[in-house]
Design a protein around this ligand. Structure first.
Ligand code: ATP
Ligand code: MG
Length: 314
């Protein structure tokens, strides 16, 4: 079965036009490649998927052509868009394992300006299979390269691990956003995550930077939370000018407050902007998307994605 875009392309609808590169040029580093953001934290349940779906929706509403990619075998991202997995549908697993299926056949339209690539539970098997392939870190970059010029922003929802799927995401990303809670142990996990980012940045992707941490389910009144946020602020401040990929990282503001509507929306197959557009969760993700966008600067020495797909470890 062909994916939504392909079937629309082969039919007479306007979908083929929709995938033509008619992107906004504002805030973009390279007119041939989108801004690629990996939402990553090896800890589970911190808000990665909720943030990917709702930041993606916020970027789309702001007029940016946005692709979100579900790299997690739990496949939760699709739920936010009302997508029910079907056994015969190609998924992100085909990107890794099935070179006969083009990336464009996997892309589904979720909303105006918003597309996604679904995952499936069998993606869990890919980790082991990929480990045997020589070029394993670059597969995502190579396979997505043909569709990248169609988008302004690509968001990658990573699984809660630092395995080969996550490394593929980091190999293609411009920046990492780390959804987390303001808890003491989160700082410890952050150091491990930054180590992985540094390894990938040195060996595979010199563009990679850490934008910062995104506080999810935030309780601003908690004194422990306030103390941890201060500690995170001063932690990042220590690295200014260090040359490390997190030298410009910050605690992104605003924090996303704990808001039950954000937990309810996916059970209705909706983003927060469909489900409760005036709630605090919608306001937070809208403001956060704008804040992230304001921070975008031209990426130094950026190479076109098709070229970066050929970078080898050094
Ligand atoms: N701001 C929020 N307020 C209330 N609930 C939230 C908020 N953000 C996320 N949640 C809920 O917390 C749970 C975990 O969120 P989410 O699935 O986004 O985390 P995750 O990091 O992607 O998890 P995993 O590591 O398992 O992929 C979900 O039930 C989600 O609905
Ligand atoms: Mg998730």
């Amino acid at each position: 079965m062909k994916g939504a875009l392909t079937s629309k392309k082969s039919g007479d609808s306007s979908a083929s036009k929709e995938l033509e590169p008619e992107r906004s040029t504002e805030a973009l580093a390279d007119e041939n490649s989108p801004r690629v953001i990996a939402l990553l934290n090896q800890k589970g349940g911190v808000g990665k998927t909720t943030s990917t779906a709702n930041l993606g929706a916020a970027f789309a509403l702001a007029g940016l052509r946005t692709l979100v990619v579900d790299l997690d075998p739990q496949s939760n991202l699709s739920l936010h868009f009302g997508h029910e997995p079907a056994p015969d549908q190609p998924t992100v697993r085909d990107l890794f394992m099935n070179p006969d299926i083009a990336a464009s056949e996997l892309i589904r339209e979720a909303r105006s300006n918003l597309w996604f690539i679904p995952s499936d539970t069998e993606l869990a098997l890919v980790e082991g299979e990929l480990a045997l392939q020589p070029n394993m870190q670059h597969i995502l970059a190579e396979r997505l390269a043909p569709v990248m010029p169609s988008f302004d922003v690509v968001l990658l929802d990573c699984p809660p691990s630092l395995g080969v799927l996550t490394v593929n995401a980091l190999t293609i990303a411009d920046e990492v956003v780390v959804p987390t809670q303001a808890q003491y142990l989160a700082l410890r996990g952050l150091e491990k995550l930054l180590e992985t980012v540094l390894l990938v940045q040195r060996a595979l992707n010199s563009r990679l930077k850490v934008a910062g941490v995104l506080l999810c389910m935030h309780e601003s009144q908690s004194s422990h939370g306030k103390a941890v946020v201060e500690e995170m602020d001063s932690y990042f401040a220590k690295f200014r000018g260090s040359g490390l990929p997190w030298q410009d990282a910050v605690v992104l503001r605003p924090a996303v407050r704990r808001n039950i509507k954000l937990a309810e929306a996916p059970s209705f197959g909706q983003t927060i902007f469909d489900y409760a557009p005036t709630c605090a969760g919608a306001a937070d993700y809208r403001a956060l998307a704008e804040a992230i966008r304001q921070r975008w600067k031209p990426v130094e020495s950026r190479v076109a994605l098709s070229a970066s797909a050929g970078i080898s470890a050094s």
